[in-house]
Ligand binder design. Structure first.
Ligand code: ADP
Ligand code: MG
Length: 246
């Protein structure tokens, strides 16, 4: 018998992605286990966002294979794509809350539309998730009355409402005032502790060091170095990583 925990939840083999002539991902191999927390670091333009976007089907790719929970990512197959998106939540730098909906309705919308949850069930779930991100009292508030940190926590709750197996985070604290970064990272850390599988592109090196199981350093469209935070941060092997960390 094989322990299911040993299967890769995300399995990326030799992924190549081009925008026209510009090859942005040059053969990425990456396996991520259930409950693993992986931080991706690297310079601007190294392909971090494109990699995350490929994992949840926002980008098509030319070569290679991406599997999430054993199922291939097929950006051109609408049914497969719908299933993939339900499995993989993604949070961005910009919170993108629906401004014309209250906080509660923002969190209720997708489960009602996509999972056909009834109003009361969706509301119960939304209230529970808002409590989990520390915003129990904001159910009836409007997004623009909240701070950036609070809005991002609503975006996290909204993403969790679909009950994804994996959370992809793309520089989710980069647009925040410094004093609001901590409250968002705190939420991600608690999700990590509860066993959520998380792939997070971040510039927050202290967070990467403290919370992640593994750090991936991307450089020019490749995984240039990967390992435990301890190894990568205290003993970088390549000149590129040393320069990036300096
Ligand atoms: P990172 O997130 O590491 O900053 P990106 O994945 O956003 O890097 O970008 C990698 C490269 O792909 C960059 O050279 C960028 O200009 C290019 N790129 C990203 N998105 C597009 C797009 N939609 N069309 C053309 N080029 C793109
Ligand atoms: Mg990016």
């Amino acid at each position: 018998m094989t322990d299911t925990a040993d299967f890769s939840l995300v399995d990326i083999q030799d992924l190549h992605k081009r925008f026209g002539e510009n090859e942005v991902l040059k053969g990425i191999n990456l396996q991520i286990k259930r409950q693993e927390v992986v931080c991706i670091i690297g310079k601007s333009g190294s392909g971090k966002s494109t990699l995350l976007r490929c994992i949840n089907g926002l980008e098509s790719f030319q070569e290679g294979d991406i599997r999430v929970d054993g199922k291939p990512a097929e950006p051109d197959n609408p049914n497969a794509l719908r299933e993939l998106r339900q499995n993989v939540g993604m949070i961005f730098q910009s919170f993108n809350l629906f401004p014309h909906l209250t906080v509660g309705k923002n969190v209720m919308l997708a489960p009602m539309l996509v999972k056909k949850l009834g109003n009361s069930q969706a509301e119960r779930r939304a209230r529970h998730l808002l409590e989990r991100v520390g915003l129990a009292d904001k159910f009836d508030s409007w997004p623009d009355s909240l701070s950036g940190g609070q809005q991002q926590r609503v975006a996290i709750a909204r993403s969790l409402a679909m009950n994804p197996e994996i959370l992809l985070c793309d520089e989710i604290t980069s647009a925040l005032d410094p004093e609001l970064v901590g409250e968002v990272l705190q939420v991600i850390e608690s999700l990590a502790q509860e066993g959520m599988t998380i792939i997070m592109v971040t510039h927050e090196m202290n967070f990467a060091r403290k919370v992640s199981d593994r750090v991936i350093f991307m450089h020019q469209g490749k995984v240039h170095e990967a390992g435990t935070p301890e190894t990568l941060f205290t003993n970088p092997q390549t000149a590129e990583l040393r320069q990036f960390l300096a």
